[in-house]
Design a protein around this ligand. Structure first.
Ligand SMILES: Cc1cc2nc3c(=O)[nH]c(=O)nc-3n(C[C@H](O)[C@H](O)[C@H](O)COP(=O)(O)OP(=O)(O)OC[C@H]3O[C@@H](n4cnc5c(N)ncnc54)[C@H](O)[C@@H]3O)c2cc1C
Length: 388
């Protein structure tokens, strides 16, 4: 590592790695403090890139669309830096509906191609009989986050000189007499407590972020998943049904997701009810797939905020930046998050004029204080408290 004091990345999940990568590309020294690599939602997610199929609205839709646009170049950069493929598939996503009226009322219907039953059968051969209409979002897609993207990011970071302390839990943030970030306290994998002085850190602890800063409105929403081995190319498009989606990987692996269990808190493990729900959703969407052999079952925690949008930019402590709360769209939003946070840190480091106008608008829309009393709800999404 260079003699320069490193930027500390608190949490080495998807956001932490994506930001570390951008900072390292810009020549900054970076140290990632990661409690447990394998618990990161980045290793759990289905990897859909789905601002339209998810039916997002308001600023969150616009942020998702901006990130989707950036993903090909972002992925190409990671692939070039790591020498590894990320498994990006611009395969399109089909959202099925029971009726044309439901289809036409979908928030993102204007961005999709309307399908009748015949169109649905053409796009998704073997789709269940309950679905009479659909929307094809050809611009949405997927990336193999679990097996490829996360690994490629790790490799790219290491090759660019990013340092890692895997197994280190950040215990607390220390401020100096002016209230500015002064140090983080951590416990290493060997059980030693250490104090790391720092001037700049990024909080990217996913669903656990409020454990370090209780004023952040982030709560876990547990999701259970499973995968099946289907015949290669049995399914070309992702199917995004209500409550269940099917994501076909290049090699025929079919990822089936996901439950949404805000009441579960951080309770670990699979549940029979969750697994039954996935099985029922799978059978309704693609009956033949119910016979395909199961491969893996797993779970993880989405970092959810009251309006389901992320918290980006300056945090409550000067010197601490936030990249957290991406809920069910973190894979989609990783590209723009990394760009925004890395640019903000760089301009801060060189005392530059600050973020450019486009960045400034995003950082304002997704500032963490938007939920404070007196702050107008900026994102056009559900009212605070209704969704998590
Ligand atoms: C079931 C499921 C399905 C999903 N599907 C999709 C999808 O299809 N498309 C999409 O765009 N998004 C999806 N997501 C959302 C996406 O995975 C998340 O939004 C994203 O991974 C969040 O990234 P993160 O870096 O903030 O958190 P994470 O990836 O969870 O990483 C957080 C890391 O911080 C570490 N950490 C926590 N506390 C500490 C501490 N005190 N000290 C040190 N380290 C700490 C943890 O160990 C963890 O490794 C899904 C999520 C789930 C759970």
């Amino acid at each position: 590592m260079s003699a320069q004091k490193p930027v500390l990345i608190l949490g080495g999940g998807l956001m932490g790695l994506a930001i570390a990568h951008q900072l390292a590309r810009a020549g900054m020294a970076v140290l990632v403090l990661s409690r447990r690599r394998s618990e990161a939602a980045g290793f759990v997610a289905a990897g859909m890139l789905a601002p339209h199929a998810e039916g997002l609205s308001g600023d969150l839709l616009a942020l998702g669309q901006a990130s989707l646009e950036r993903i090909p170049a972002w992925v190409a950069q990671i692939e070039a830096d790591s020498g590894l493929h990320c498994g990006l598939r611009p395969c399109g996503i089909v959202v099925p509906f029971a009726s044309a009226a439901e289809r036409d009322a979908y928030p993102t219907a204007p961005w999709g191609e309307a399908l009748d039953r015949q169109g649905l059968e053409r796009e998704v051969p073997g789709i269940g009989p309950a679905w009479q209409a659909g929307l094809l979002f050809a611009q949405d897609g997927q990336i193999d986050n679990r097996r490829q993207l996360m690994r490629a990011l790790e490799r790219a970071c290491v090759d660019l000189g990013v340092q890692f302390l895997e197994g280190s839990e950040v215990l607390a943030l220390e401020q100096d007499s002016h209230g500015t970030l002064a140090a983080v306290r951590l416990r290493t994998a060997e059980g030693e407590e250490q104090r790391l002085p720092t001037g700049q850190a990024v909080l990217s602890c996913g669903a656990w972020s409020a454990q370090l800063l209780p004023q952040l409105p982030i709560r876990p929403v547990k999701g259970q998943m499973l995968s099946l081995q289907g015949p290669r190319r049995a399914l070309g498009r992702v199917i995004f049904g209500p409550g269940t989606y099917l994501v076909p990987r290049e090699d025929g692996l079919l990822v089936v997701g996901a439950t949404s269990e805000p009441e579960a808190g951080f309770s670990e493990g699979l549940t029979p009810a969750g697994q039954r729900q996935l099985q029922a959703g799978l059978t309704a969407l693609l009956p033949a797939a119910a016979q395909w052999p199961p491969m893996e079952r797993w779970w993880g925690f989405r970092p959810c905020t009251p309006d389901e949008g992320p918290l980006l930019g300056e945090g409550p402590i000067p010197g601490l930046w936030l990249a957290a709360g991406h809920h069910r769209n973190g894979v989609l939003l990783a590209a723009i998050t990394a760009e925004l946070i890395a640019a903000a840190l760089q301009s801060d480091a060189v005392n530059a004029a600050g973020p450019g106008p486009e960045h400034e608008i995003w950082l304002h829309s997704f500032r963490w204080t938007r939920f404070s009393p007196g702050s107008s709800q900026a994102n056009g999404n559900p009212e605070p408290g209704l969704t998590c």
